[in-house]
Design a protein. Structure first.
Length: 474
């Protein structure tokens, strides 16, 4: 395994001073997740100073630490890279890593209000079978996560797939300038983080900042179904990008659905991907996943990958924990299906989750149950937005809604009598209700923003498994 960085390369990239001779096979900003021979970057964040954890990182196996100060309690021979500012140093490593693969790699920037992590993971899975591929780990998509991901890219990278996130205007502009993507995918624009924006149009403009770091030969892949497609397309044209590819159901989309059969845990699709007709199975359910698969395949095509091979690989894609993962839980005299959507939530992703629940058929005497926590960062209209989900729950034939959070109280009041509803202030408050309600044959979706702590519910439901082992993924 070739080293990712050595002491002299890192010092040159950061304009820093290296102490000792060392190599790094990885980079970390978290002393709790150090791997052997990582370079530990001591970031000074809003809640913690990484310099406080340098010794523990080295004891855990880090080969050296990037630091902006030398503490008197450190050993005198500590291997390190001294820089003026570790934030700037990490960005410098990222820029150097990006420069050394400039002529050999295809770099993706993936953003959007919802669906960016699943799209990034699908690209990672597919392209890793076709060439050396590095992608954002988890959702490290912010001011530290993106440069960290770039700095982890070895010199032989063929495909780099970076997730780009934001909750304020201007954040993606800075990240795009660091990333300089060849291919930008915007999955969709929805009213997410409305607490920090005056309008959804402003969100679209903030997502369009992904184009700011692109060269004129860049390619934009945009959702043709989204109401803000024209706005995004105009921004891409302003940046004089070489090509704009649209995807979706729309007759004018270059990556277009021809036919689609939605199943409870997968979908069968016929599509035209930029003139290439494909039939494939997608291993994750929901129309939203189908639409995003078009963006994935369009991205593979313009990056020079094998699109037919990529389409076959989509059958093996499974939803991630907290992002739609399905499990059968053995309980009592049978099983119930748990759909774990507990990682995050927005109005659009809630509606998508309801449709997946609608397509799932309960066993005999089973019910469709939605266990929902507050959607956060929606601003002054949060109660109205929550209440508006009532018609979607009703049309999805959901039998029971168990709701947690102050905003979910508005939804509880808006639900028709055909939906049995319970409400509590927190996920802890509704947990006994959930446990006492679920029975064999049910299909249970658990969803809410991360701050709603709905993962507590999924963990408790999984713990009901009578097999005493891991629940069965489906």
């Amino acid at each position: 395994m070739m080293p990712l960085w050595n002491h002299s390369e890192a010092a040159q990239a950061c304009n820093g001073a290296a102490k000792g001779k060392w190599i790094a096979h990885g980079i970390s900003i978290d002393s709790r997740t150090i791997s052997q021979d990582d370079l530990f970057v001591a970031i000074k964040g809003p809640n913690a100073d990484g310099h406080d954890y340098v010794k523990s990182a080295l004891n855990a196996g880090a080969s050296a630490a990037m630091v902006s100060e030398i503490r008197p309690d450190w050993p005198t021979n500590i291997p390190h890279l001294l820089v003026n500012d570790t934030d700037i140093g990490l960005n410098a490593l990222a820029q150097c890593a990006r420069d050394r693969i400039a002529k050999t790699a295809s770099i993706f920037g993936v953003t959007g209000s919802v669906g960016k992590t699943g799209t990034k993971e699908a690209l990672r899975y597919i392209l890793s079978q076709q060439g050396s591929t590095i992608a954002t780990q988890g959702n490290l998509n912010n001011q530290w996560g993106l440069p960290l991901s770039l700095a982890r890219m070895p010199a032989d990278t063929i495909y780099g797939i970076l997730e780009v996130g934001m909750n304020h205007a201007g954040e993606i502009h800075k990240l795009s300038k660091i990333l300089r993507p060849h291919i930008a995918i915007i999955t969709t624009i929805e009213p997410v983080h409305m607490e920090f924006f005056d309008s959804v149009e402003d969100i679209a403009d903030a997502k369009a900042e992904i184009f700011d770091g692109m060269a004129p030969d860049g390619i934009a892949i945009l959702n043709r179904e989204n109401p803000y497609f024209d706005r995004l397309q105009s921004r891409a044209i302003e940046k004089k990008l070489n090509r704009i590819i649209s995807f979706g159901d729309h007759a004018d989309a270059e990556a277009r659905i021809i036919d689609c059969k939605l199943g409870a845990s997968f979908s069968d699709i016929q599509a035209d991907i930029c003139g290439e007709h494909l039939k494939y199975r997608l291993g994750t359910p929901g129309k939203h996943s189908v639409v995003n698969s078009l963006a994935v395949l369009a991205g593979v095509k313009v990056a020079g990958g094998d699109v037919a091979e990529a389409a076959l690989a989509l059958a093996d894609i499974k939803a991630l924990k907290g992002r739609g993962q399905q499990r059968l839980i053995t309980y009592g005299s049978g099983t119930f299906r748990l759909i774990d959507e507990s990682y995050n939530a927005s109005p659009a992703s809630m509606r998508a989750a309801f449709q997946v629940l609608k397509n799932a058929t309960p066993a005999q005497n089973g019910r469709r149950i939605a266990v929902l926590g507050d959607m956060l960062e929606l601003g002054s209209e949060a109660d109205t937005i929550h209440a508006a989900l009532a018609k979607d729950i009703s049309s999805a034939r959901i039998d029971i809604a168990i709701l947690a959070g102050n905003h979910m109280a508005a939804l509880c009041k808006a639900l028709p009598k055909s939906v049995a509803a319970e409400h509590g202030t927190t996920s802890e408050a509704i947990l006994p209700v959930v446990i006492n309600t679920v029975r064999p044959g049910d299909v249970v979706t658990v969803k809410g923003s991360l701050g709603s702590r709905m993962a507590l519910i999924t963990a408790a439901l999984a713990a009901l498994d009578d097999t005493k082992g891991a629940a069965n993924a489906v």
